[in-house]
Design a protein around this ligand. Structure first.
Ligand SMILES: CC(C)(COP(=O)(O)OP(=O)(O)OC[C@H]1O[C@@H](n2cnc3c(N)ncnc32)[C@H](O)[C@@H]1OP(=O)(O)O)[C@@H](O)C(=O)NCCC(=O)NCCS
Length: 133
């Protein structure tokens, strides 16, 4: 975890070693009365999975989601693993909302790999094109 700065007002709960296998980690950015933004991810032997990201509606569009995702990508890149996720809106969903989420993840280097029902499975390859599973 060296070199990865903590988010202001954030806490990290879970296994400390990013090399641990089958580990689930939750990061929270505390936002006072608005609650907290949360990101949950897991790590297996060959890849990370971004399982949940949720920013309170009153705090969206201010870069919090980006900051949290960058933390995960820094951890994944440090150990050379790809990151999988599924663009599946929490709450209200439509083709347009899914498209917006897909475009959002594409900004971070995720590419669509499979279309599901109101969901798109995506993968961000490991840096340097390391083998991804
Ligand atoms: C997706 C989400 C985590 C983004 O967090 P955020 O802090 O608002 O994101 P950032 O400020 O870093 O970036 C803003 C971008 O988020 C994307 N976005 C997706 N859904 C959004 C929403 N409902 N409100 C605001 N931005 C949204 C947009 O691409 C936006 O960029 P744009 O304004 O240029 O279109 C947040 O909107 C959220 O919690 N949504 C509901 C939960 C959800 O569906 N999570 C994804 C599960 S796969």
């Amino acid at each position: 975890m060296d070199g990865i700065a903590p988010l202001p007002g954030s806490s990290r709960v879970g296994p400390a070693e990013s090399s641990a296998l089958n580990a689930t980690t939750e990061m929270k950015a505390h936002l006072g009365e608005a609650g907290s933004a949360v990101m949950r991810f897991s790590e297996s032997r060959h890849a990370f999975s971004l399982d949940l990201i949720l920013v309170p509606s009153a705090c969206r569009g201010a870069g919090l989601g980006t900051a949290l995702i960058h933390r995960l990508l820094a951890i994944a890149d440090a150990v050379g693993k790809p990151v999988h996720t599924t663009a599946r809106p929490i709450g209200q969903s439509s083709a347009e909302i899914v498209d917006r989420l897909v475009a959002y993840y594409q900004r971070f280097g995720f590419v669509p790999v499979e279309q599901g029902f109101r969901a798109v499975h995506m993968k961000r390859p490991a840096p340097g094109g390391a083998a991804a599973r």
